[in-house]
Design a protein around this ligand. Structure first.
Ligand code: N01
Length: 535
């Protein structure tokens, strides 16, 4: 596989122009290294570039879904809403690229078609479908955790005559659903956001639901100037406090157990959490995610909210999840449940056979055909590994990453994989990533990688590689921590359960950001303990 042919040479090649790649480029440049980003998209933004469906919005508050590495940037940027809509996030990341003059080192509309490690001179050879290939000492994958769309292989879909969309690959031009009968498959975070928007426009919307989701009302609102100024004045303290919480979020969990209070008091506290909006529901008590009885109380609270929002008892029952709350990611919505009160919306629960097949005019489920003009798949992502597995990546001795991860991803700290020297993954599997606020988490990884590369240069070390024992221990530790949590019990994308044939491994590290940060710092302090440093 490896030809070791010399091509355009860099210190580092970064794959992906999302939040991880953009900061990585800035950081490497700031320590005097040459680096380039390659991305197949025609713009920066990563997952936010592709997920431009109506209603797309982040479920982390805008003031904290933002970089902290530059005080000027932090102070000058004005967010308009509590939760940022996709166009505003894209505007922000374009601003960052402008502000730090990053564009000359960003190569867009270019796909990486392979990455191969050349052992003879310790470099990565990165082939592209564009004009040039690259060689770089370090290959850094900033390919994102939720970026490879999951498109189920529905029988007969190619026979369907209507338009087909996927929320994760939404067209750039406006899609008009007026007068159309639209079908949406999928009721996770993306479905929950797009369903109310399509319902406002389409003649009729049929939602095909396999598993109902717990949806907390987001209570999104415009940000007022005074509040924004106050946050900006205290940014450093607020961000420092957030770093001490499990997921790096600004909301601190109530230390009480939901079982330590009466049922009535429990409901009152959950109500306060609900009214605070978004994820505050889950932090109403310390143990909703860990104690089954506490979890049941929170489940019943949301099911009551559904009954209140949807007077039709049959529809309310269909919308009511039965699994543990927080086991799959909690969805945030705006008038999601109320959407099912509209006359132009029908909810279809998919039976055991799911979507049986597509015809030219619609789809068949439970033996009946339902006619639709347009299909929207809100079917999620091949999460955490999908973007990497789609690129042929070969490490030492021509081992492919897909082979090394055959039984599920194996990394040391989510940063490196044994057999793949000088190859880093930003927020890779085995790191807290999707269980945390991605922006500070990305910053922690980028800063760790940049410090490591700087150290190798100063010490004249050619290669760094995850040690096999350290990796095995980290994977075992990750599995052990995960197996003690309630999250293991449902078929979520965290476990790879949404993609047929994918190994069921709990992919993110669930030990919390504070413990993870500490571990990463301790490894460095001990001279990159667990890593092999060669040459
Ligand atoms: O994807 P999902 P998503 N037949 O995997 C269904 C982030 N995000 O794009 O639950 C029928 O959650 C599937 O059913 P089931 C966020 O982290 C954030 O919505 O597997 N149905 C499910 O209902 C989120 O968790 C934001 O039974 C099929 C849906 O499709 C993550 O991205 C916004 C099916 C997929 O839900 C993923 O969210 C959007 C099939 N063959 C996304 N295959 C915000 O910041 C799948 N489904 C707010």
């Amino acid at each position: 596989m490896s030809t070791c042919k010399k091509t355009s040479s860099l210190d580092a090649l970064i794959v992906g122009a999302g939040f991880g790649g953009i900061y990585m480029l800035y950081k490497l440049r700031s320590i005097g290294l040459s680096a380039k980003i390659i991305d197949v998209a025609s713009g920066v933004g990563g997952t936010w570039f592709w997920n431009r469906y109506p209603g797309a919005r982040c479920d982390v508050e805008s003031m904290f879904y933002s970089y902290s590495f530059d005080k000027g940037l932090e102070q000058e940027w004005e967010w308009t809403e509590r939760y940022p809509a996709q166009p505003e996030i894209l505007k922000y990341i374009n601003h960052v690229a402008d502000r730090f003059d990053l564009w000359p080192d960003i190569l867009l509309k270019t796909r990486v078609i392979s990455a191969v490690y050349c052992e003879t001179d310790a470099t990565w050879l990165i082939a592209t479908d564009g004009d040039g290939d690259f060689s770089a000492r370090f290959c850094i994958m900033a390919t994102g955790c939720l970026s490879a769309a999951n498109t189920p292989d529905f029988a007969g879909l190619k026979n369907f005559d209507g338009r087909v969309f996927h929320t994760g690959k939404w067209p750039h031009s406006e899609v008009d659903f007026s007068g159309h009968h639209v079908g949406v498959i999928g009721t996770g975070s993306s479905g929950v956001q797009i369903i109310p928007e399509i319902a406002k426009q389409a003649a009729h919307l049929t939602v095909f639901q396999r598993t109902p989701s717990y949806v907390a009302e987001a209570f999104n609102r415009p940000l007022d100037e005074a509040g924004q100024m106050e946050t900006k004045a205290n940014y450093a303290e607020i961000r420092a406090a957030a770093k001490k919480t499990f997921g790096g979020f600004t909301v601190v969990a109530n230390e009480q157990s939901a079982m330590s209070v009466s049922e009535e008091e429990c409901r009152n506290i959950l109500e306060e959490g609900w009214k605070a909006g978004g994820n505050s529901l889950m932090t109403s008590f310390i143990d909703i995610a860990d104690n089954e009885n506490s979890n049941v109380r929170a489940q019943e609270f949301v099911r009551n909210k559904i009954r209140q929002a949807v007077p039709n008892a049959e529809t309310a029952e269909k919308l009511s999840p039965k699994h543990l709350i927080g086991c799959k990611r909690l969805c945030l919505g705006t008038n999601y449940y109320e959407t099912y009160n509209r006359e132009n919306v029908t909810l279809v629960s998919l039976g055991d056979k799911g979507v049986e097949k597509f015809t030219a005019t619609g789809l068949v489920t439970e033996g009946y055909e339902i006619e639709i003009d347009d299909l929207v798949m809100a079917t999620g992502f091949d999460a955490m590994t999908g973007a990497l597995s789609r690129i042929p990546i070969y490490g030492r001795d021509n081992i492919s990453l897909n082979k090394a991860w055959e039984a599920g991803p194996r990394t040391y700290l989510g940063l490196m994989t044994h057999g793949f020297p000088n190859f880093f993954t930003i927020t890779g599997p085995g790191s807290p990533s999707v269980l945390s606020n991605m922006l500070p988490t990305i910053e922690q990884h980028v800063e760790w990688i940049a410090e490591c590369i700087d150290y190798l240069g100063k010490q004249k070390i050619m290669e760094i590689e995850a040690g096999l024992q350290a990796q095995d221990d980290w994977v075992a530790h990750g599995n052990e921590v995960a197996s003690k949590t309630l999250r293991y019990s449902c078929s979520s994308w965290y476990l790879g359960a949404n993609v047929p044939g994918k190994p069921r491994i709990f992919m993110p590290y669930i030990g919390g950001m504070p413990a993870y940060r500490e571990k990463c710092a301790a490894v460095v302090a001990a001279g990159y303990e667990g890593f092999y440093l060669n040459g």
